[in-house]
Design a protein around this ligand. Structure first.
Ligand SMILES: Cc1cc2nc3c(=O)[nH]c(=O)nc-3n(C[C@H](O)[C@H](O)[C@H](O)COP(=O)(O)OP(=O)(O)OC[C@H]3O[C@@H](n4cnc5c(N)ncnc54)[C@H](O)[C@@H]3O)c2cc1C
Ligand code: FES
Length: 266
């Protein structure tokens, strides 16, 4: 997929995998150089909504691209209402993904902390880590509000050959509490953390990783407009000053969405 041009892509498969949550696989004409942690802009088929909706790449191959998303509002609900055979415009893949080279991962006990809809981008990472031979050192902690979400994507993580631990806020399935509670409960001692989920969860992951001096990479999925670095609608405060603009800001859509936890003020 060309990084700057929108391409029309056919919906090959659509499945509702939990209440309000959809998996959609597109056929893409050109090879997709997407990496885990990157996102695509998906344009609802409705001229009234000119802006795309940023959605993480949950899987990609030469000819297909998968997204998993919640029908949260007007844009994503309109996308969810489309069916196999329909064509949608996609842009991307955009942004900086998770580093997973041997220097970053080498032999470390790796945990993937997935809060709710943080799971799709980490699923793609799980696949790549497994293909690189690190699966045996990886555990995915999947956190859900409650059992009504039917531990969506848990089987996909297991299919990648990595261990899975489920937690729910109300204890209706798996460990009671959040993903960090589950890490503590299982006694896993992480040497490397990847995390994606709601901001309060990522703040807690940053605090935990800084206290324990564990390298952590977090994906920030806050609101976005243009998705290509122009509108400044997605800035996050950073510890370091940007040498060009001389401010403590980074654009999530271009410098992120993945950051080292210690780099950002959240
Ligand atoms: C880099 C990135 C990757 C993302 N990946 C995924 C993904 O893989 N799966 C997925 O389900 N969602 C993902 N999101 C969130 C998704 O983009 C929003 O839910 C979507 O844009 C909402 O559009 P809408 O028109 O349906 O809703 P709107 O009508 O615009 O908003 C509906 C509700 O959703 C809330 N909302 C809007 N944008 C966000 C956001 N970015 N984060 C949290 N809440 C939001 C609004 O505050 C409102 O309450 C991602 C966001 C970013 C920035
Ligand atoms: S969304 Fe426009 S600069 Fe990031």
């Amino acid at each position: 997929m060309n990084h700057n041009i929108k391409q029309k892509a056919e919906i090959l498969r659509k499945e509702q995998i939990a209440p309000e949550i959809y998996s959609m696989t597109f056929g893409v004409e050109l090879a997709v150089p997407a990496e885990p942690g990157q996102f695509v802009m998906v344009y609802p088929p409705d001229g009234a909504r000119l802006l795309g909706r940023p959605l993480c790449v949950a899987d990609a191959s030469d000819q297909t691209l998968r997204i998993v998303f919640r029908a949260a509002g007007g844009g994503t609900s309109r996308i969810a209402s489309c069916d196999p055979g329909d064509m949608l415009y996609l842009g991307g893949a955009f942004g900086k993904g998770y580093p997973y080279d041997s220097k970053t991962t080498g032999g470390r006990e790796t945990v993937l902390l997935c809060g709710g809809l943080g799971a799709p981008s980490l699923l793609f990472l799980a696949k790549r880590l497994s293909e690189a031979g690190y699966g045996a050192h990886c555990t995915a902690f999947l956190g859900y509000r409650d059992s009504s979400l039917m531990h969506f994507l848990a089987d996909d993580f297991i299919s990648c050959g990595i261990k899975v631990v489920i937690s729910t806020d109300d204890g209706s399935e798996g460990v009671r509490g959040n993903v960090l509670d589950a890490v503590k409960e299982t006694g896993v001692a992480p040497g490397l953390i990847y995390a994606c989920g709601p901001l309060p969860m990522l703040s807690a992951v940053k605090k935990y990783s800084c206290e324990k001096k564990i390298p952590a990479y977090i994906s920030l999925e806050e609101h976005m407009a243009c998705g290509i670095g122009v509108c400044l609608g997605c800035v996050v405060r950073t510890e370091e000053r940007d040498p060009h603009s001389n401010v403590h800001n980074a654009r999530i859509c271009t410098e992120g969405p993945v950051f080292e936890a210690s780099e950002v003020r959240i």
